[in-house]
Every structure is written in C-alpha cells, then in structure tokens.
Design a protein around this ligand. Sequence first.
Ligand SMILES: C/C(=C\C(=O)SCCNC(=O)CCNC(=O)[C@H](O)C(C)(C)COP(=O)(O)OP(=O)(O)OC[C@H]1O[C@@H](n2cnc3c(N)ncnc32)[C@H](O)[C@@H]1OP(=O)(O)O)C(=O)O
Length: 377
Amino acid sequence: MTDWTDPDTFAAALDRADTREKGRYFEDFAEGQVIEHAPGLRLTRHGNDAWTSQTLNHDPAYWRSDAARARGFDEPPIHPDYLLAAVMGPSVEDCSEKGGYFLGRDSVRFHEHGIAPGTELRVKSTVTATRESSSRPDYGVVTWETRGCDADGGDTLVSYERTNMIPRRQPAATDGGRSEPTDGDRDDDDSALADAASRPELPETFVTPTGGAFEDFRRTLDRAADRDAAVAYRHERGRTMDELTVAALPLATLNTARQHHNAAAMSDSPSGEPVAYGDVTRSTALGHARSDERTYRELAFDDERFHDFVTAGDTVFGFTRVLDADGSQGPSRAGAVTFEHVAFTADERPVYSGTRRALIDREDTDAPTATDGSTHP
Ligand SMILES: C/C(=C\C(=O)SCCNC(=O)CCNC(=O)[C@H](O)C(C)(C)COP(=O)(O)OP(=O)(O)OC[C@H]1O[C@@H](n2cnc3c(N)ncnc32)[C@H](O)[C@@H]1OP(=O)(O)O)C(=O)O
C-alpha cells in the first residue's frame, strides 16, 4: 500500500492537488455588493484587556470600576480601539484574506459608548468602490463601508470605510504605469524644483501643552496662533512589536489576513516576513498619545493611512499635532479636540497617520485616580 506520508510521495501528491482557496480576488467585488460576515465576535473582558494592555492603552476607566463610574460608565467598558479591531477582524475572511495591504480608513464613527463586555457583534460590509491599480497591475483597490452592530437589537456600534489593495485573478495588461525618472534624466531646473519640493516646510516653533486637559490644548493653540508655530510633540513611550502583537492580537479578533501569521506566505513578499496588523500599530501610537491627555470619549477618526509596513522588532512611537480645540461641543465637563497622530518607527519612518476627534475632560473635572495614586494622565 502507498505510504502517502513518505516525503517523495507526499511532495508528488502536493504537486498534483488543487488548493481549496480562501478569500476573494479583486474581480469578485462589485460596487453595491453587500456582504454579511458569518463569524461575528463576542466582545470579552479578556480580549479587551489583552488588546489594551499590549497596546499600552492603560486608561483606568477601562480597568477599574471607580474610574469607569467617574467617566460616566456603569462598569469598565469595551475600549473603542478593541471594538474597531473586533469589527474589522470578522470582515477579513470575506474582504481581504486573499492578501494585499490595508491602505487606509475614513469616516470612523462611534455610534455608542460604554459597550459592555459580553456584547455579541454582527458585521456587514458594502462595497462602495472598486478600481484597478494604475501602479500595480497585479492588484485592484477596493473600498468597503463596514458596520459593526449589536447582534441583540441590531444597533450600529461603529462604522467606517476602509480601503485595501486586493490581488487580481488576472493581472491587468499594462506596463505597471508610472516610471520614476532617475537623477540622470533630470535637467538642472527639474533638480532645483525637486530640491525645493523636498525641503521640509515646517513652522519655526513647536509648542507643547504642559498638561492633558482641554484647556491645556486650547491655551497652547492660542499661544501658537498668529505666529509661525505648531502645537506638535512626540510621546516618549515606544512599543517593540513582537510575536504577540504581530500574530496573536489580530488572530484574537478573528482577523485571518495571512500577512500577520503566515511566515511561509510572507517570505516572498516585500517585507519578507509577517507584518503588524494596521490596527495594532495605530492603537499603540494612540495609547502613547492618550497617556498624555485626559480622554473623555472618542468621537471620530478620518484620513487614516498606513504608509509603510511594521514587522517584529520594529518599535512603534507616537507623534501628535493638535489642530483644533472647540469648547462649544460636548458635555460641560469636556471639549472637543482634533489631533493628527502619526505612528513612526525608531528609524523615523511614518507608518500610520490619521486625524482624530475626541472629547477631552476640562481641568475642573474630577480625574480618576490611577493605580500609583496620580491622576490620569
Ligand atoms: C487588516 C489587513 C491587513 C493589514 O493590516 S496589512 C498591515 C497594514 N498595512 C500596511 O502595512 C501597508 C503599509 N503600506 C505600504 O507598505 C505602502 O503604502 C504600499 C501598500 C506598499 C504602497 O506603497 P506606495 O508608495 O507604492 O503607495 P502609493 O501611495 O503609490 O499607493 C499605491 C496605490 O494605492 C492607492 N492608495 C494608497 N493609499 C490609499 C488610501 N488610503 N485610499 C485609497 N487608495 C489608496 C494609491 O492611490 C495607489 O493607487 P494606484 O492606482 O496609483 O496604484 C487586511 O488584510 O484586511
């Protein structure tokens, strides 16, 4: 009898076997198509704590009952970053498991706050745009609008639009579009223009708020107004990506993208190895930023872009620019602040950027006490 596990026999069997594929190619998506994602997910305290601890989102309101109550929650709720990742995860099998990068996300809106552990999610996506990539004939670019709903009652908890590169079944018959001129192709005028364009145009002065309350951001913006200054600063903390953040956190949200956990498939990709899930990179930089502010509620994220990949061993840092502070919005205890956050690596590569609107507690709002007896932050 043939021993199918004899290495030569098995190699011959693998050669002849078809692969039962997972995921969809670019050609499988059409504008208006609605996809109900089968998996869903149960938001658990354990999943929430694993995500928030590993991404340094250590805001006590998500960890301690007294701090949660001081923030207007009945109990420590599910963190918005974990909610977002837990909605995105179950959509990957249908939308992006075939591979291709997560390029960006827009219009992230939190429709509910204070979501309790134990909530079960149903996730649904609608294809809003498809187009061929002009620079990469092997890929198309697909955008979906995704909604994460409470399975019990159907209320939308969070919604967003995300865009991925998706491999084509049939590569387009183009030469790959753009070709970049080499230095030798440029004449002097071109070089001068290129030099001018590459010179950073930054404000003369960077100012940094001294505290994390709404008024600190408002006052610092006022100090920067009417002069060549920006409210922009770095956060000291960094988090080196490891096996847990690269592979375990996305899998815990049912994210089946091969990029994060299949080293064999990634060995001949540009990174040569698994890459961190965009939401882990983003949440880590946001964790750094939130540790320097008094967040009351997350409201919205826009223009999120993933500029470059992150692999195990890369350290993720955060950089923040404060764009606006509007005291007329929100409850009396907080005002709305608009930030631009950038995640970057130790070699100063920007890997994520996005704008964020959050309600930030005012100075006179009672701050919860952190475990070390200090206030948050
Ligand atoms: C979840 C999940 C997967 C992940 O989480 S993967 C990890 C997170 N994402 C990444 O690591 C991607 C990091 N980005 C890159 O490495 C580069 O951006 C990339 C993808 C190699 C492209 O680099 P380029 O410099 O060549 O980029 P271009 O700016 O030329 O963009 C290529 C085409 O994409 C279009 N595009 C880029 N960003 C967006 C966006 N935010 N929205 C819409 N379209 C975008 C751009 O217009 C270019 O189009 P062409 O027609 O000119 O090709 C999971 O699997 O779900």
